[in-house]
Design a protein around this ligand. Structure first.
Ligand SMILES: [Zn+2]
Length: 79
């Protein structure tokens, strides 16, 4: 009797705790996907000064070369 109540309590507790986490995770994934939308082709950039190729994961308007610090314009990916 007590065993069944404990299992039920555990099930309800996990559902109450996990549902907001799961909803937040799904919401975050959807938001991240929207931010990344349409930028997949330009996520790989090459610095025009030092020719260093890097992945632009900051989604900034002016991505910055991690090697020399030069600001790059979008749409000038490696060819
Ligand atoms: Zn550079």
């Amino acid at each position: 009797m007590v065993e069944v109540r404990f299992q039920l309590f555990l099930l309800v507790f996990l559902a109450v705790v996990m549902m907001p986490l799961l909803a937040g995770w799904i919401h975050g994934e959807a938001r991240w996907g929207r931010q990344r939308g349409g930028r997949e082709e330009s996520s790989l950039l090459r610095c025009s000064i030092c020719t260093y190729v890097y992945v632009d994961d900051m989604c900034d308007e002016l991505p910055r070369c991690p090697r020399c610090g030069t600001y790059e314009r979008r749409g000038e990916g490696p060819s």
